[in-house]
Design a binder for this molecule. Structure first.
Ligand SMILES: CC(C)(COP(=O)(O)OP(=O)(O)OC[C@H]1O[C@@H](n2cnc3c(N)ncnc32)[C@H](O)[C@@H]1OP(=O)(O)O)[C@@H](O)C(=O)NCCC(=O)NCCS
Length: 174
């Protein structure tokens, strides 16, 4: 890949993943308000001001040509209601682009397969951008995220980062 991967809308059967805009913070603060979302990822729910600042920063990008931040709001296709986010941090290596991905679904919308569906859609998009390998860092006790990673075709590696297991998929193999 020569250029940097773009920020398209990604469609799946029940969801639309729309590129994150700073103004999405106003809708998302409530979706992300439950402290239980932080059980495995640390931290606490952001205030509206904090989320606006974070989304403005994310939308600005890394400022480096070899590192690209892509973030999407996960919306129900039927009514455009936001239910979560997915993100991909793309890094250019000698062999091509690699992505580290993460997912969050608001507490009220969990256990409906949304994280799995959004992640499969995201990985399909990454493959179309010719990203070669996808990584996710998952706490070993995080059953739901482990299931999401498995459904999306990732497999655990022996590597650990900050107490989290590194999962990986080679997109050429999927
Ligand atoms: C991880 C998370 C995104 C899963 O969202 P979700 O939309 O509920 O996930 P899905 O509905 O696609 O479920 C995936 C699998 O996990 C299982 N699952 C969901 N919630 C679970 C829970 N609390 N405990 C155990 N299993 C759970 C589902 O039954 C499903 O299993 P299956 O594949 O055998 O059918 C959500 O729990 C979350 O946002 N957690 C907080 C943020 C976080 O930790 N993100 C991970 C960063 S990588």
């Amino acid at each position: 890949m020569t250029g940097e991967p773009g920020g398209d809308v990604i469609g799946t059967e029940r969801l639309l993943l729309t590129p994150l805009r700073p103004e999405d913070a106003d809708e998302m603060v409530e979706v992300l308000a439950d402290p239980r979302l932080h059980e495995f990822i640390g931290g606490r729910p952001a205030t509206l001001e904090e989320l606006r600042e974070r989304y403005a920063l994310l939308a600005t990008g890394s400022g480096r040509p070899d590192e690209v931040w892509r973030n999407w709001i996960v919306r129900r296709r039927a009514d455009a209601r936001p239910v979560g986010t997915v993100q991909a941090t793309l890094v250019r290596r000698r062999g091509g682009w690699r992505a580290t991905i993460a997912w969050v679904i608001g507490a009220a919308w969990q256990r409906q397969g949304f994280a799995s569906e959004a992640t499969v859609g995201l990985i399909g998009w990454l493959r179309r951008q010719r990203v070669r390998a996808v990584f996710a860092h998952i706490h070993p006790g995080h059953e739901a995220s482990t299931r999401v990673a498995m459904r999306a075709g990732l497999a655990p590696t022996n590597a650990e980062v900050d107490g989290e297991r590194v999962w990986r998929a080679e997109l050429d193999d999927l």
